[in-house]
Design a protein around this ligand. Structure first.
Ligand SMILES: [Zn+2]
Length: 326
């Protein structure tokens, strides 16, 4: 990985604040620069990597990654905090929903990627093997693409390794979340989100989600910022006490996507964070004459993770997701 420092930057890997851009070694990623702020303490300690902007409309997460850069003092911290506020560079200023315009893939479900793959696959590989190579923990911030409203939630990966499980859960519980989802082990069998791919390498990663409809929301920004600060406190990078929690942080064991049963207009009768029971009607699909076409029901008892906010939804597209309590 190659680093290009700005004028007001410390030298990379030296105590102080590095500000600049990174370029990955992989020729498949040539031509793109990733903004990087890395705060290195005078005292040694763990390395925490934080990113946002895998989904470029999830702007509260991106704003949190910008604000966090000012909240770590090299004279105070032990270790290092490395922040990339916008991962999906090909989507910058293009407002792409979910995908990377270079290959049409959703980076969030492409980890661990592969060096000889498409742009997104090469990028996921470069994140894991170059930027995060010596990271003790990776946190990826998300939430609230253009047509969705998400609850405040976090994700960790469950594994057969009790120690890694406990660490993942501990970091996910650092956020003042309504819901904390521990993905079931079956997720480890295929490419997926960062927590899954890192766990496959016995490494620690979590995700946080908050926000709605591509809007900057102060409450969502603060959720991400405070959560990352608590992760840094848990790791011993910061020595201030963990902040208090107001939300329930209900720990869940599964993440169920619900597809729209038919083309139509979705009208929800429930909002993210609310409890649902199995079979409960969560909304209806109507046609342009206002006639009822189908009901959307909950596949299990649990809590609503998120729902689509634009009514028009095609058959087979996700309409909402439910977390199942453990
Ligand atoms: Zn996202």
């Amino acid at each position: 990985m190659k680093l290009l420092a700005l004028q007001n930057s410390a030298s990379y890997k030296h105590p102080g604040i590095f500000r600049g851009h990174l370029q990955f070694e992989n020729p498949g990623l040539a031509g793109y620069n990733w903004p990087l702020c890395e705060i290195r303490g005078r005292k040694s300690g763990p390395r925490l990597c934080v990113s946002a902007g895998v989904h470029v409309n999830e702007v509260s997460a991106i704003e949190a990654a910008v604000r966090l850069q000012r909240l770590f003092d090299p004279n105070e911290i032990s270790g290092c905090v490395s922040i990339v506020p916008l991962i999906n560079q090909p989507a910058a200023y293009r407002y792409s929903e979910y995908v990377c315009p270079s290959d049409g893939k959703n980076i969030n479900f492409t980890f661990p990627g592969k060096p000889d793959g498409t742009f997104s696959e090469a990028l996921c590989d470069a994140i894991m093997s170059e930027w995060c190579e010596d990271a003790d923990c990776y946190v990826d911030l998300h939430g609230g693409d253009l047509r969705e409203n998400v609850s405040k939630f976090t994700i960790f990966q469950r594994t057969h390794d009790e120690e890694l499980d406990a660490l993942g859960r501990k970091m996910a519980m650092c956020f003042d979340a309504e819901i904390v989802v521990g993905l079931p082990e079956v997720h480890m069998e295929k490419p997926g989100r960062p927590p899954t791919a890192f766990a496959r390498q016995n490494r620690l990663a979590v995700m946080s989600e908050a926000g709605a409809n591509g809007l900057l929301e102060e409450e969502a920004v603060v959720f991400h910022v405070e959560g990352v600060l608590n992760v840094a406190r848990s790791l011993g990078i910061l020595n201030s006490p963990i902040s208090t929690f107001r939300n329930d942080r209900v720990v869940c064991k599964d993440y169920l996507w619900v597809e729209c049963p038919i083309d139509g207009e979705f009208h929800a009768v429930i909002e993210p964070g609310q409890r649902v029971h199995k079979g409960q009607r969560l909304g209806t699909i109507r046609n342009y004459f206002g006639e009822l076409l189908a009901a959307v029901t909950s596949p299990e008892a649990g809590l609503l993770l998120w729902r689509m906010t634009h009514p028009s939804i095609s058959k087979g597209s996700p309409v909402l997701a439910v977390a199942v309590e453990e």
